[in-house]
Design a protein around this ligand. Sequence first.
Ligand SMILES: [Fe+2]
Ligand SMILES: [Fe+2]
Length: 277
Amino acid sequence: MQPIPEIEEIVGKFRAGEAEVARRFFEDKRPLSQHLDWLRFQVAREARNLEEIASHQRCELVEQVDRSVSRETLVDQLTEDYQEVRHYGMLAYIYEGISGERVQWRELRETAQQASWYELSRREHRRWAEIKAGGSELELAAALFTRGGGGSLFYGMIPLRGGDYEEALSRASKTILRDEIEHGASEGREDLYRLVRGKDDVETASRIIAEMGAIRLEMRNEQYGKPMPEERLQEIREGGIAPVTMEEMLSACPRDGEDWFEWYHGKRKPLSATSIR
Ligand SMILES: [Fe+2]
Ligand SMILES: [Fe+2]
């Protein structure tokens, strides 16, 4: 599969934009409440697979294997579930580690579905649903190609250092980025590239990717309490940013076999932190 430069470039630029939001957030010390805000939002997103499992969607999938669902579809789904549950687990522990509050995924998901702080995440999901219902196969594949942003937010947090909070995030970010590349960007790319047949298709895909990228960039900026001024967001939407390539992301997150949970439980609570005021 030959990468299509125009498409790779747009995706890479929005990736860099999301990473910049996280990076800017951690450039200044901020009150604990702002740290809890971004984490609560992220934990709610990562808990989606838990909700799907609890509502028996996986049981239904298993019932269909060897009939309308292939075995590898099930393996892919369970891999994603395993990885997303791990993301939820790490970030929920980090939230508890800096706040002393307990996280309950079910309550958090229910709250998020109504809460104003979750509106932009709902907007992203609504747009996917619209394209799924009314768009072409190509448009849907382009919209889903950006799903999870390929973990680019986490790419921005890998360099964090300071206290145990920053180190916990950096270590978790490596795992999450690697997982997201595995179950998100790489698969989405193949699905999209299969459907791109000519110049018009490249244009259509680029337009949808830019639209979803802009929604996500705004969502990330809100999630972190707007560390980026509107002018910078505009600049990024217009292409004024160096793209982050897939190779750069991959080399930032080698699988090291570390047991994050064991590491976390060995740290004193509350976690020490240098970025919390
Ligand atoms: Fe995730
Ligand atoms: Fe994911």
